[in-house]
Design a binder for this molecule. Structure first.
Ligand SMILES: [Zn+2]
Length: 209
């Protein structure tokens, strides 16, 4: 890692979509060049610490084995749902049922909260801890899906990358997780493919004139 970058670059770099559930989804990190095996950031202390701080989660890393299993199950489910939405297909009843089962792992109660904005009811986990984080992420995902117009949730167009993001551009034209990474890589590959096709045609052309 070049020394001009902040020491927590690797952790914060992966929290760039500013959504609790998208952070979990992208915590299974795929090498955009397709050269290295996927990296599970749920096992990375730096990433976990940054995620917990960013969302002020009521837990101390690392998660126990049961919570880690639940987080991975939720992540796989969200990946399946995101893939459907990105392909403009509906999320299935079975997928919602599975999400309900994960939400049920952490019962909630209501509490009156008084702050500068006035008085309101807030939902609190009955047993704060990593299992309540699973439920909190699942709820953030439901909010995201409910509040996102169709076509805005996308998977990076580089098939090796699989980064899930929300396209906030006016004409929904964003294709890449990051232009400097996947955008440039895919442009270079396309350019090379066109060039080799071009030279192939030249070779095949009859040698006249
Ligand atoms: Zn990408």
């Amino acid at each position: 890692m070049p020394s001009h970058l902040p020491p927590d670059f690797a952790a914060t770099h992966f929290l760039s979509e500013d959504n609790l559930s998208l952070d979990l989804l992208n915590s299974e990190h795929f090498d955009y060049r397709g050269k290295r095996p996927p990296q599970d950031l749920l096992e990375d202390a730096g990433w976990l610490g940054a995620w917990v701080r960013r969302w002020q989660l009521p837990v101390t890393p690392p998660p126990d084995a049961l919570a880690l299993t639940a987080l991975r199950a939720l992540r796989a489910l969200l990946r399946g749902m995101a893939t459907k939405l990105a392909a403009k297909q509906p999320i299935t009843g079975e997928q919602w049922e599975e999400l309900n089962a994960l939400l049920a792992l952490s019962p909630l109660y209501q509490q009156v909260v008084q702050d500068a904005a006035g008085v309101r009811l807030a939902l609190r986990p009955l047993h704060p801890g990593w299992m309540s984080v699973v439920s909190q992420v699942a709820a953030a995902w439901v909010d995201l899906v409910a509040g996102t117009p169709s076509g805005r949730l996308k998977v990076c167009a580089n098939p090796a990358c699989r980064w899930v993001f929300l396209d906030q551009s006016h004409n929904q034209s964003r294709r890449w997780c990051r232009q400097w990474a996947c955008g440039n890589l895919m442009n270079v590959r396309q350019h090379r493919a066109l060039r080799s096709q071009g030279s192939g045609r030249k070779k095949d052309a009859p040698e006249r004139s």
